[in-house]
Design a protein around this ligand. Structure first.
Ligand SMILES: [Zn+2]
Length: 181
């Protein structure tokens, strides 16, 4: 089950709500501060969930979550400019922000944002991935995601690599795509 969160204050599009509920989703409407508390609690309790948030709410959560200590432990680093350009030219996705880098323990191949997007396209299709990264004014937050990174060169799944793959992306449509775990 996926829960869709709508903050109080905005005019609620009941037609859209009806469509989502019929698809089996749950929608919660509350003050931004309540939503932030709810998401922080979900992170602390180790539960898996996907939140579709106002970008400013998502940014506030990632600001609280990414303490300097945590950034250092996980090895979160800015996406290199060269990789940003390569993602734009190869995938037509505009992305910026931070991610960690993993090296495949078997073949040594590098895994980061480029490989993450490439894998997503293989698994979900190019259009789906592009749509996620261009979801205007939405902060998509994956809490304890069950995504399984796979080495693009030798096919080894990288779930056993310490810390796993972590990202905190900002995209060009006032949107964000991040994970907390
Ligand atoms: Zn490998």
């Amino acid at each position: 089950m996926t829960t869709i969160h709508i903050s109080e204050g905005a005019q609620i599009d009941l037609g859209a709500v009806g469509t989502l509920v019929k698809q089996g989703k749950t929608i919660i409407s509350a003050e931004d501060s309540e939503i932030i508390e709810l998401v922080m609690k979900t992170i602390q309790e180790g539960k898996t969930a996907t939140f579709y948030l106002k970008t400013m709410v998502c940014n506030e959560i990632t600001r609280r979550y990414w303490t300097p200590e945590r950034v250092e432990t996980v090895g979160l680093q800015p996406i290199p400019t060269e990789q940003v350009s390569r993602i734009k030219s190869d995938f037509n996705i505009e992305i910026d922000g931070y991610a960690n880098n993993m090296d495949c323990p078997r073949c040594g191949n590098h895994y980061s944002t480029y490989e993450f997007i490439e894998q997503g396209m293989k698994e979900h299709g190019e259009e789906t991935v592009r749509a996620v990264f261009s979801l205007k004014d939405v902060g998509l937050l994956q809490v304890h995601p069950m995504q399984n990174s796979v080495c693009p060169r030798c096919g080894l799944y990288l779930a056993r690599v310490r810390g796993g793959y972590t990202y905190d992306y900002r995209c060009s449509q006032n949107n964000a795509y991040a994970c907390c775990k």
